[in-house]
Design a protein around this ligand. Structure first.
Ligand SMILES: Nc1ncnc2c1ncn2[C@@H]1O[C@H](COP(=O)(O)OP(=O)(O)OP(=O)(O)O)[C@@H](O)[C@H]1O
Length: 316
């Protein structure tokens, strides 16, 4: 796989600030991958993608897009890259259909092609029901969908998304993850920032974890999972009318490291080789009828994020 972006020692200090919003960040983004950037609020994620999309000028360091230095050739970015930002776009006093058509034409589509792509996106994303409203009068979620459509239109090979699923209901979120996955299968390179780690895990292939402006970890999801606590997480929700966690304190302590969340809710970190016997003991001594929920989880991308991203390790 070839690199689309090569980022070297990228540093950003905003005017009037002493703290570095990005601090000597170096990594590459490969052609055709879905790359996720995770990190807590204020970590420097938006700053990073705004720089790679040419909206913010780095203080130092370099960004190469297909081998070209973007600060020296800024015109190459709109040719290859579309960005969905967290901010409202300038296109607020137009109807969604007009915004899509204008954007497609600005990205070089003919009138007919712009109309075709606009029609398809309106159908695919279910935008038809609010096509009669000016963008400024749409709800937060409707606006987010329009901004996503504005990123998709014009078929750029690199598409960057800053929190693509914020403000969206669960059904629409699922549709958006599927759309990003579909775009990737069509060959697009997808770069995204998200706090929705559990959902994003289904599509992200490689991930970078950033905090305090620094890149703390980067790698394939499987690779990073191997670096975190390998214990199995048994999560139990006991039925309040029958039982509570203290009644089983001794049993839980025998099974592994116990984290009481509430009187009804407990998490036990259990060694892999004793998972089977732990499950048997739970079912035998408590019984399935007294459980509202029982989950068995291997390390997830969320664990990776929490343990490698400075969010504090579960059970450490
Ligand atoms: N335009 C700006 N001027 C000055 N400081 C800024 C500006 N934009 C961001 N910052 C600061 O830079 C740091 C990184 O912000 P950034 O928006 O990149 O974080 P983030 O990881 O995207 O956060 P969030 O998840 O909350 O969106 C923060 O301390 C923020 O206050």
């Amino acid at each position: 796989m070839s690199n689309v972006y090569t980022i070297s020692e990228l540093t950003k200090v905003y005017k009037g600030n002493t703290k570095k919003a990005n601090d000597h960040i170096s990594f590459t983004i490969q052609e055709g991958e879905i790359f996720g950037l995770l990190g807590p609020n204020g970590a420097g994620k938006s700053t990073l993608i705004n720089q790679i999309a040419g909206l913010t000028r780095p203080t130092s360091g370099s960004i190469h897009l297909y081998g070209m230095e973007v600060t020296k050739s800024p015109h190459i970015i709109p040719e290859y890259v579309a960005l969905q930002t967290q901010q409202m776009s300038a296109l607020r006093d137009v109807y969604p259909e007009e915004a899509l058509r204008y954007t497609a034409q600005l990205r070089g589509c003919s009138r007919a092609e712009a109309r075709r792509q606009t029609k398809n996106l309106i159908e695919e994303l279910g935008l038809g029901e609010f096509r009669e409203k000016l963008i400024r009068n749409l709800s937060g979620g409707q606006c987010r969908l329009i901004h996503l459509a504005l990123t998709f239109v014009g078929d750029r090979p690199i598409q960057i998304f800053d929190e693509p699923t914020n403000d969206l209901d669960p059904v629409v979120r699922l549709m958006v993850w599927e759309k990003l996955f579909k775009l990737n299968r069509q060959g697009k390179t997808i770069i995204l920032v998200t706090h929705n780690v559990l959902e994003a895990e289904r599509i992200i292939q490689r991930v970078g974890i950033i905090n305090h402006g620094q890149l703390l970890a980067i790698g394939g999801i499987g690779e990073l999972k191997e670096r975190v606590d390998q214990r199995i997480r048994l999560e139990l929700l006991l039925k309040a009318e029958y039982v509570s966690v203290p009644a089983y304190r001794d049993l839980f302590a025998l099974l592994g490291e116990v984290h009481n969340l509430t009187l009804q809710h407990v998490i036990i970190l259990c060694r892999r080789d004793s998972t089977r016997s732990a499950i048997d003991l739970i079912l035998l001594q408590i019984g399935i009828d007294k459980l509202d929920d029982f989950r068995i989880q291997t390390p997830s991308l969320e664990d990776v994020y929490l343990q490698l991203g400075g969010g504090g390790s579960f059970g450490s």
